[in-house]
Design a binder for this molecule. Structure first.
Ligand code: HEM
Length: 415
């Protein structure tokens, strides 16, 4: 296929589809819009410049390729002043793992370590305990009528899990969770000026909190991950201030990456369960399907719908000519519904072979995927075992986001 210049009619058509994506209706159900984008080809021109990809195979290829980079610090510095990339929250994010490219990324990722089996088992005991407590509270509330599953369970389990693992005082958890909701705006597709201002303020407060935490752990090391990260960084970075700064960026990003995404997964999974009695009965009868139900949720409506990269050099993507430094937005929420990848993609089917990009791919594959899966699987298993069937009272409202999905409530009642 030949390389074509982008006709302005294409850009106009995608502009109209993207503006629909940003309406409340579009955020409640972006999938018909994705379908239209998909039908126009697997790569297209983004209205604000750069391009977007909807095809599964092409998203996968970009994520795994060395020709595509994260928009790192140097890239952000090359952008015009006054853009979102110069906001203080964006500059701060440029130092975190998910915005680094090799060799900086390789070094930081090595120092971060992984969730090995023993760690997951240990965290699993705390996840199990917390889930039991949260479900008891939910059951109590349900005796009086409807209850918001999102507020009572989905928002609580991730912060308790990560807070407990990092050794953060429970009294701080609600504030950290609030700050995360604001901070995420700087990572959104097209943040508004007021969203960026909220993100800048949240980032500054998080910096103060976590730099002081790192200082404290250096003075009083323990068995926690922050103390271990200080040790790993000390082994490769002789300058203690630089090592502390690197640990700060890691612990900051781990918190940001872990909270909203996991809460959204838990709410979406439970929504899919309660909106259809046959699904509840299926999982209750066949608990062996729990992992598959979680994976299909991650495909059907992943917490992150957009992942972005920039071109390392001039190149061709599909039938589009791309210049070095141009950004490509991988619409993974759309790619998961690509009929070339999944048969009947709009059908929720836990029995289909799992294949999704919810945790990204290549060198930036989500570090916390084992933890997110652990929380979702534990919750689903216990939910159908401990509670009678629940039913959906009303459809959740969605936060004004495109890239990072966030249901604001999940009102349920006893069936
Ligand atoms: C359902 C929950 C989650 C989802 C959907 C999710 C999604 C993602 C995605 C899409 C990326 C890659 C971004 C990119 O390629 O640019 C990523 C990276 C990352 N995630 Fe997660 N995440 C989840 C939970 C977690 C948890 C619980 C943790 C914490 C322990 C975590 C820590 C990280 C870290 C540290 C990275 C950066 C990896 C790197 O750049 O090398 N995530 N996550």
């Amino acid at each position: 296929m030949g390389v074509t210049a982008t006709p302005s009619s294409d850009r106009r058509a995608s502009a109209s589809l993207f503006s629909r994506l940003r309406t409340a209706r579009g955020q409640e159900d972006p999938f018909p819009i994705y379908e239209e984008l998909l039908s126009r080809g697997e790569v297209g021109p983004a209205p604000w410049g750069g391009s977007f990809v909807t095809g599964f195979a092409m998203c996968d290829q970009v994520l795994r390729s060395r020709d595509w980079l994260e928009p790192d610090k140097r890239w952000r510095e090359r952008q015009e002043s006054g853009t979102r990339w110069n906001a203080s929250s964006s500059r701060e994010m440029s130092n975190t793992l998910a915005a680094l490219n090799p060799p900086d990324h390789t070094r930081a990722r090595r120092a971060a370590g992984t969730f090995d089996r023993a760690t997951v088992e240990r965290i699993g005991r705390s996840v199990s305990r917390t889930t039991d407590q949260l479900l008891s509270t939910l059951a109590e509330r349900l005796r009086d009528g409807e209850a918001d599953f999102s507020a009572l369970v989905s928002e609580e389990l991730p912060v308790a899990t990560i807070g407990d693992w990092l050794g953060l005082p429970p009294a701080d958890w609600p504030r950290l969770r609030e700050l995360t909701h604001d901070q995420v705006f700087t990572q959104e597709l097209l943040p508004s000026a007021s969203q960026l201002a909220a993100s800048d303020a949240a980032t500054a407060e998080l910096r103060a909190y976590f730099t002081s935490l790192v200082k404290d752990r250096r003075a009083h090391p323990g068995e926690d991950p922050v103390s271990r990260w200080i040790q790993s960084w000390d082994a490769v970075e002789p300058d203690r201030d630089k090592a502390d700064e690197a640990v700060y960026f890691l612990v900051l990003f781990v918190l940001l990456a872990a909270l909203e995404t996991t809460a959204t997964l838990l709410t979406t999974m439970t929504l899919l369960l309660v909106e259809n009695p046959a699904r509840w009965d299926l999982v209750a009868d066949r608990p062996d399907l729990v992992p598959a139900f979680v994976e299909e949720t991650l495909r059907y409506d992943p917490p992150t719908h957009v992942i972005s990269r920039v071109a390392a050099a001039d190149c061709v993507l599909g039938d589009m000519q791309i210049r070095k430094d141009e950004m490509v937005h991988l619409l993974v929420g759309a790619a998961h519904r690509d009929p070339a990848k999944h048969r009947e993609p709009d059908v929720f089917d836990p029995l289909r072979p799992p294949a999704h990009l919810a945790f990204s791919g290549g060198i930036h594959y989500c570090l916390g995927a084992p933890l997110a899966r652990l929380e979702a699987q534990t919750l689903l298993r216990k939910l159908v075992r401990r509670l009678p069937r629940l039913t959906l009272v009303r459809r959740p409202s969605m936060a004004a986001r495109v890239a990072f999905r966030r249901p604001l409530n999940l009102d349920v009642a006893l069936a």
